[in-house]
Design a protein around this ligand. Structure first.
Ligand code: ATP
Length: 377
């Protein structure tokens, strides 16, 4: 019951339209990322799903239920925020148990409510029911925090606090887990390990997860599918490999991974290959441009080869052209070249193995690119 479907959703704030005609079809158990630059509408989309905002037009279905009239606390969505939103004066156990107490409150009669209030206000009055204790300890075990159950959350590291926030969302057994930039307050190393933690918990539980991020590497490494947004619109939806190998617009090519993008001129077609040029560089591509009068040539830096002095490649498969090294940067396993090709700058990433040449500034080199790797959009 954890699928999420959005049909033609728009959202306006006064005169400003933050979301234009959003359509999404997220499958049960899928890890789905909303990716895009700041202000593109990711959080607004998520807040509409959670029920914290009402769409101006359109429809949201969680499972097969239309949720327009369902309040946020009844939508069965767990939320994890960038800021964790934990209670600093409560310990880890009480932070996680709090959500369960609140859920009980919603279901209880007046006298039971009173008892639960007392329990929340002072955890020393009234014992935590065994059922809640068991559930909370199980989930803390799961996120590897059971040893810290009685520590204040303000005494925990950022990564531990984020795991408390995750436990607090998961303990409710939500149909959908919504995560808004949950890793952006963590340092680089912790971010990497939390990515793995979140991904493996998500796969283990098979919980439908919608993850908001502006970090393409994060989205690519975690999500089954990604919707890339820009200025309130979804520009492309696909798997990480789809988006990387077949970006539909120059914006996607630039946003998802690094790209060399040149305005191209179409010269014609021969043997199923398009011939195009930028400046005086002629290339062949096995792709057909959608619009021959307006072509963007997209080349990923790692798809260009820097040929050795006497190295030759099959001219049927590769286009060969010249470039002049402006800068070379040794990065351990790779060398990045900034090259001048015609009047354009081109970035090339080559793998480095001990003994290979690193060409220095001013060196003229021959470059080769396979027909398949010259994308036209
Ligand atoms: P970020 O990555 O910076 O959080 P985002 O992609 O999540 O950005 P949103 O927070 O969804 O972007 O905002 C989308 C647009 O809607 C922005 O231009 C924002 O200023 C505007 N917006 C969001 N909430 C409101 C509001 N309550 N009132 C007016 N404008 C709003």
């Amino acid at each position: 019951m954890g699928s999420v479907k959005i049909n033609n959703m728009t959202k306006s704030f006064g005169d400003f339209t933050a979301l234009h005609e959003i359509n999404l079809d997220i499958q049960e158990g899928e890890f789905f990322a909303l990716l895009g630059p700041s202000g593109c509408g990711k959080t607004t989309t998520m807040r509409c799903i959670a029920g914290f905002e009402q769409p101006t037009t359109g429809q949201i279905l969680i499972g097969d239920k239309e949720v327009a009239k369902v309040p946020a606390n009844k939508r069965n969505c767990g939320m994890v925020f960038q800021s964790y939103a934990l209670f600093p004066h409560m310990n880890v156990f009480d932070n996680v148990a709090y959500s369960l107490n609140i859920r009980e409150l919603n279901k209880s009669n007046f006298f039971k409510k009173l008892g639960i209030y007392v329990r929340i206000l002072n955890s020393k009055i009234g014992k935590t029911p065994k059922s809640i204790e068991k559930k909370v300890m199980e989930i803390l075990e799961y996120v590897e925090l059971s040893k810290h159950a009685h520590r204040l959350t303000s005494e925990l590291s950022g990564g531990q606090q984020q795991r408390v926030a995750l436990a607090r969302a998961l303990v409710m057994e939500p149909a959908v887990l919504l995560m808004d930039e949950p890793l952006s307050n963590l340092d680089q190393k912790l971010r990497h390990s939390m990515r793995n933690t979140i991904r493996s918990i998500q796969q283990d539980l098979g919980i439908t997860t919608i993850f908001v991020t502006h970090d393409q590497e994060e989205a690519m490494s975690m999500a089954d599918r990604i919707a890339v947004m820009d200025q309130g619109r979804i520009i492309q939806i696909g798997t990480p490999t789809d988006l990387y190998s077949n970006p539909s617009t120059p914006f996607i090519a630039n946003f998802v991974g690094t790209s060399n993008i040149f305005i191209g001129e179409y010269l014609g077609e021969e043997n199923g290959l398009s011939t195009i040029k930028f400046d005086e560089v002629v290339l062949r591509s096995s792709h057909e441009p959608k619009n021959k009068s307006e072509i963007h040539i997209v080349i990923r830096p790692e798809h260009i080869r820097v040929l050795e002095e006497n190295e030759n490649v099959d001219p049927q498969q590769y286009s060969v052209f010249e470039g002049i090294v402006e800068m070379s940067t040794y990065l351990g396993p790779t060398v990045r070249y900034d090259l001048k090709v015609g009047n354009q700058l081109m970035i090339v990433d080559t793998t480095y193995s001990s003994g290979s040449n690193i060409y220095q500034e001013g060196k003229s080199v021959r470059l080769a690119i396979e027909n398949e790797r010259v994308l036209l959009i």
